[in-house]
Write a protein that binds this ligand. Structure first.
Ligand code: SF4
Ligand code: SF4
Length: 286
């Protein structure tokens, strides 16, 4: 590559935002940025949160019940959900949060050691912030985890271009993908793209070894219309009736502080709507 080319701006193709990255610039997600003429995962190996969690907390309702996963998160996200529960790590950049470097080898070794102490440990989860903006770390950990006999769990907003899902699908054993709503308007409010998320869910479901669950957080007066849930569940059922749908209660956070939580009754009523077409529907946070 010529010095001139190394100084040229580049378009990141990881997600539908397609950020134009000038030399030295950081993308909208704050996890990627320009480096040597390419879109680089600047947050690679930078871990802000590390905890051993039950798989049920991811949430995964129908995959290795009773299992534990070493759950790692970094910083950054390509969406801007006004209700983000994890905004202290998801809506900040490298300079605004404490992190430590954990190479893929070290993360897998930590999980393998934990499994020796407790056989309930089944794998590693990428979660807390948005893992796919640094998909390379998910890939590199995933390869090593499989070599060590550990499973890979992905908890994501699913808002990436299809090639990213193609790269990772063979490495993912279980995923919980947010399907935040089922209208373009709702996804615009969250700063995402409904079609990209749907394509990601379809791709993971097409992978024979990948167990897929989906979460829909119900925000009062935003996505609590039964017709929207009927359309969302109907689309999921057409992809696969094996998908577990989590219909989840919301509590006001971040820019929504001061609002009111979803009435429990609304969550149960929308779960009933989803059960008209999906056999596996659970409520969360109630
Ligand atoms: S992954 Fe980040 S840098 Fe790349 S297009 Fe999406 S928001 Fe922009
Ligand atoms: S996708 Fe998740 S992490 Fe990102 S802004 Fe929305 S709620 Fe926060």
């Amino acid at each position: 590559m010529t010095p001139h080319a190394q100084q040229a701006a580049v378009t990141c193709t990881v997600c539908p935002h397609e950020c134009r990255l000038a030399p030295g610039a950081v993308g909208r997600c704050r996890a990627r940025g320009w480096q040597d003429g390419a879109s680089a995962p600047l947050s690679y190996g930078r871990v802000t949160s590390l905890a051993m969690d039950p798989v049920e907390k991811k949430p995964l309702a129908r995959w290795k019940p009773g299992g534990l996963v070493l759950s790692a998160g970094s910083y950054g996200c390509n969406l801007r959900c006004p209700f983000c529960q994890n905004h202290t790590i998801a809506q900040v950049g490298a300079d605004e949060v404490a992190w430590r470097s954990i190479a893929p080898e070290e993360l897998v070794a930590l999980a393998a050691e934990a499994r020796m102490r407790n056989p309930r440990v089944v794998g590693i989860a990428h979660t807390y912030n948005e893992p796919l903006v640094c998909w390379e770390y998910v890939r590199d950990v995933g390869v090593l985890a499989h070599e060590a006999g550990l499973a890979n769990v992905l908890v994501s907003n699913g808002c990436v271009q299809p090639w990213v899902a193609d790269e990772l699908a063979p490495l993912v054993d279980a995923a919980n993908i947010d399907l935040k709503g089922f209208t373009d308007e709702y996804y615009r409010w969250c700063g995402g793209n409904l079609q990209a998320v749907c394509a990601c869910i379809e791709r993971l479901c097409a992978e024979p070894g990948c167990h897929v669950e989906v979460t829909c957080l119900i925000v009062p007066e935003r996505n609590d219309d039964p017709a929207q849930m009927r359309a969302l569940a109907g689309w999921l059922a057409q992809v696969s009736t094996d998908i577990t749908l989590h219909v989840t209660r919301y509590f006001p956070r971040w820019k929504m502080e001061g609002g009111y939580p979803t009435p429990v009754r609304t969550v149960y009523e929308l779960a009933e709507v989803a059960r008209e077409v999906l056999p596996h529907v659970v409520v969360g946070n109630c």
